[in-house]
Design a protein around this ligand. Structure first.
Ligand SMILES: Nc1ncnc2c1ncn2[C@@H]1O[C@H](COP(=O)(O)OP(=O)(O)OP(=O)(O)O)[C@@H](O)[C@H]1O
Ligand SMILES: [Mg+2]
Length: 266
């Protein structure tokens, strides 16, 4: 364990989200994550980096208990959200995902209008009652995801008619409409062109400035340096080193991280 890892394993009092020695086992025998301890704070963007197959998505999916939906997958350790361990069988996933949202690699808008994409979950949870409340939520969510100006005149059109980059921003807006305090992103730009990528990166920074905690898996090292405050490096199921993004990129300590950053593998 490196010094940087140890420092992060001891969370500050009142941290938003902390994992303690989290393990994930697939198919009852394959331990894909060997005990990861990390802390995530309000308003902070953390990048998860590392070669393919090292457990980044596996770890990300622990944070909103999505791995629970994979048959024969078990999660060990503690996942403390507002100080409460959510890694228990009685955790209400429907409630949890109101507060911990997720954006995937491929944009996944519902086969509905732009407006209904935003309102779907808030309506289901009884968050909006009047047309005025709906209108306000649609506008603020789309503005937060920097999509309002492009779609304000076609809110009733199908979300599937939007470009890939716009669809991804709609998915972000849809997540924000539930007013989460954590948003997880798994390679959100890997299917997008550079201009759409830049728009999403700006959105990620803007969202952080509102106090939301964001965790983003990326293979793009420049993206990690542009959007994140902290970075954690994963290697074959271990979280090997973590620190500020500046420290990880300018002064990496672990040889595996140095090799990764210099392009020797991954
Ligand atoms: N649903 C699953 N069932 C069984 N094994 C899985 C499952 N998902 C991932 N794994 C295994 O867990 C390990 C970590 O995979 P994971 O998808 O977390 O890696 P990753 O770091 O996100 O990789 P990539 O950068 O390619 O997305 C791999 O060995 C993978 O084969
Ligand atoms: Mg992955």
């Amino acid at each position: 364990m490196t010094d940087a890892t140890t420092a992060q394993a001891t969370p500050a009092e009142g941290s938003l989200l902390t994992t303690k020695d989290v393990t994930v086992t697939y198919d009852l025998t394959h331990e894909a994550l060997h005990g990861t301890s990390l802390t995530f704070e309000k308003g902070q963007v953390t990048a998860l980096i590392g070669p393919s197959g090292c457990g980044k998505s596996t770890f990300l999916r622990c944070l909103n208990l999505m791995n629970r939906e994979i048959p024969k997958c078990s999660i060990g350790g503690e996942i403390l959200y507002h100080g409460r361990d959510i890694n228990t069988p009685k955790e209400n996933l429907f409630e949890l995902r109101k507060s911990i949202g997720m954006v995937f690699q491929q944009p996944t808008p519902f086969r509905k209008s732009i407006r209904e994409n935003i309102l779907f979950a808030p309506k289901k949870h009884g968050r909006v009652r009047t047309k005025a409340e709906e209108d306000e939520l649609v506008e603020t969510s789309l503005r937060q995801a920097a999509l309002w100006d492009e779609v304000k005149d076609k809110l009733k059109q199908s979300a599937h008619a939007l470009s890939g980059g716009q669809q991804q921003r709609l998915c972000i807006a849809r997540t924000l409409a539930m007013k989460p305090d954590v948003v997880l992103f798994d390679e959100p730009c890997s299917a997008l062109d550079p201009i759409s990528t830049f728009a999403i990166e700006e959105t990620i920074r803007d969202i952080a400035s509102t106090g939301i905690c964001e965790i983003i898996v990326t293979h793009n090292m420049e993206q990690a340096t542009r959007v994140s405050d902290r970075t954690a490096f994963f290697y074959v199921g271990d979280m090997v080193e973590t620190g500020t993004t500046q420290q990880i990129f300018r002064n990496p300590r672990d040889q595996r991280l140095i090799d990764y950053l210099t392009g020797r593998f991954g």
